[in-house]
Design a protein around this ligand. Structure first.
Ligand SMILES: [Zn+2]
Ligand SMILES: [Zn+2]
Length: 539
């Protein structure tokens, strides 16, 4: 047995343990062991036979026993049993119905079924109530969940980057177009949909059902199917007739209210033709949240962004150095990038005090020598203390090119205190931008009680911009708040809050969120040249 074969079996074991909701520690241990075996210079089978497997890093007694079984018998019995029981489609359907993996497997075992289809048949035949522990009430709930339209089911939405990964992957595998909530760049996506064009829908629906992302099909009609992922997330495919592709794409993209206001939609092969037939200009999907018929504004273009004004480095909790972040910014075609590491009050990670800020200045100066004319800006993400004071003295802030002020701890303050706290910080003459103003984590922590109306007034007076934070679980300000801020005359900044080079890619999420609020380039500070940014800092 080759090392790669052994590693593959360990990986398969880890995957099934994960599906079966085993402890993350065990799952990680098997993954690590697989990596070790794959990279080992010696034949691992021989090490196992001679009782030396534990000399390899990360191989403990438990995994050694599995390896011995594998090498001696060519198989791991428990792995084969898990493979038989933990059919991904069964687990996916179970999760979609709100059951954990273990409960789904118990149910399947009791019913003697192996696949999602067999489970559905058994349910339809009234056999659920024959299972111990399933009373009439639970049976009714499960049957109801099976019968319900997937869209009417309430479940926490998927974060935008995850939703794009799923919907984008399915769309490109089928040669279709992403639609649903991701196409509008919703911050939490519930309606996941792909629209494909097909004269004959049969083969397209079959290819959809066979995709690795789709473990079970829970609904199927002539030109439509709903599949679920292994995590129980429903995704819809619309197989549109060629002459109706534009119609179906628009219908699957807009919010219910937006589409309802345009009905009846005429047949059209593409969206331009559809809007033309309606006598309307084409509307960017980001603006299809509410009924809208007018001329859309010239929305901010992602290419118009000239720099990122909020990112971290290894000086606080980032993973890349100042130079690496700067270089990555330059490669993205930016003219500038502000390093805004944390200050000590942030707590959970190391923050820069006055001395740290000054030491970092040397490293930034060196990076600028290497990267000129690209400019790495000296910035800070300065904590706003509970009483509204900032976490660094003014003379230190005065040295910097760009100061972000942030509330981290104490997001639960009542409205008056929170608003006063932030107002106080915005009055500081060196603060340029308020980070993630509402402090939410999508689907995890609600927005704080900050009174944004008041914040807009103060921000306008003090010429402080508000951030549209591009972290996929923040997206803060949200599109709706961006709209209000712009109406109040406040400027915004599109930032990534990147903690790594890859994190810089989240600029798209920030820009699209700003577009949902109708932002144009003129209203976004970091579409401007470097001189304008520095001037703002000196003003
Ligand atoms: Zn922050
Ligand atoms: Zn940050």
């Amino acid at each position: 047995m080759e090392n790669s074969d052994i590693a593959d079996r360990l990986d398969a074991f880890a995957r099934l343990l994960e599906l079966g909701e085993a402890s993350p520690y065990t799952i990680r241990a098997y993954r690590r062991a697989a990596d070790t075996v794959r990279g080992a210079a010696l034949p691992v089978a021989e090490l196992v036979r001679s009782g030396r497997a534990r000399e390899l890093r990360g191989i403990g007694r438990g995994i050694e026993a599995r390896l011995r079984e594998l090498v001696e018998t060519g198989a791991i019995a428990e792995l084969e049993e898990l493979e038989r029981e933990l059919a991904p489609d069964l687990v996916g359907l179970g999760r979609y119905l709100g059951l954990g993996a273990k409960r789904s497997v118990e149910l399947a075992r009791a019913l003697g079924v192996r696949t999602a289809d067999e489970l559905r048949e058994a349910a339809a035949a009234g056999r659920l109530r024959t299972v111990a522990g399933i009373g009439p009430k639970t049976e009714a709930q499960l049957l109801d969940a099976l019968a319900r339209e997937p869209e009417t089911r309430s479940r926490p939405g998927l974060l935008l980057h995850r939703a794009w990964e799923l919907v984008g992957g399915v769309a490109s595998a089928l040669g279709g177009e992403p639609a649903g909530d991701v196409r509008r760049w919703c911050d939490s996506c519930e309606h996941l949909a792909v629209v494909g064009a097909a004269a004959d829908p049969g083969p397209l629906l079959e290819r959809f059902a066979a995709l690795p992302q789709v473990v079970a099909v829970v609904e199927q009609a002539d030109r439509r199917a709903v599949g679920v992922t292994v995590d129980g997330v429903p995704i819809e495919l619309v197989a549109a007739a060629l002459e109706r592709f534009g119609t179906e794409l628009a219908r699957a993209t807009g919010s219910r209210e937006y589409v309802a206001a345009l009905e009846p939609l005429p047949d059209a092969p593409n969206e331009r033709a559809l809007y033309g037939a309606l006598g309307l200009p084409w509307c960017p999907p980001e603006l299809r949240e509410r009924p809208f018929r007018g001329d859309p504004p010239a929305l901010l273009d992602p290419d118009g962004i000239r720099g990122d004004l909020h990112c971290h480095t290894t000086w606080s909790d980032g993973r890349a150095s100042v130079e690496e972040m700067g270089r990555a910014g330059r490669e993205r075609g930016y003219h500038y990038l502000a390093i805004c590491d944390h200050t000590p009050a942030v707590g959970a990670v190391t923050g820069l005090d006055a001395d740290g800020v000054r030491r970092q200045a040397h490293e930034i100066a060196r990076a600028n020598e290497l990267l000129a004319p690209f400019r790495v800006l000296r910035g800070i993400e300065c904590d706003i203390l509970p009483d509204g004071r900032l976490d660094l003295p003014d003379d230190v802030l005065a040295e910097l090119d760009w100061v972000q002020a942030s509330v981290h701890g104490g997001q639960r303050m009542p409205e008056r205190e929170m608003t006063k706290r932030v107002e106080e910080a915005l009055r500081n003459p060196y603060v340029r931008c308020l980070s993630h103003p509402k402090g939410r984590y999508i689907n995890r922590r609600p927005e704080n009680a900050l009174n944004l109306e008041r914040v807009y007034e103060v921000a306008l007076e003090e010429r402080v911009a508000l951030e549209v934070n591009g972290l996929p679980d923040r997206l803060d300000l949200s599109g709706d708040h961006v709209r209000d801020a712009l109406e109040a005359g406040v400027e915004i900044v599109c930032s990534t809050d990147a903690h790594s080079i890859r994190g810089l890619d989240n600029m798209t999420l920030s820009v699209m969120t700003a577009r949902r609020g109708g932002a144009t380039a003129a209203e976004v500070v970091n579409t401007r040249p470097l001189e304008a940014i520095l001037e703002r800092a000196r003003a």
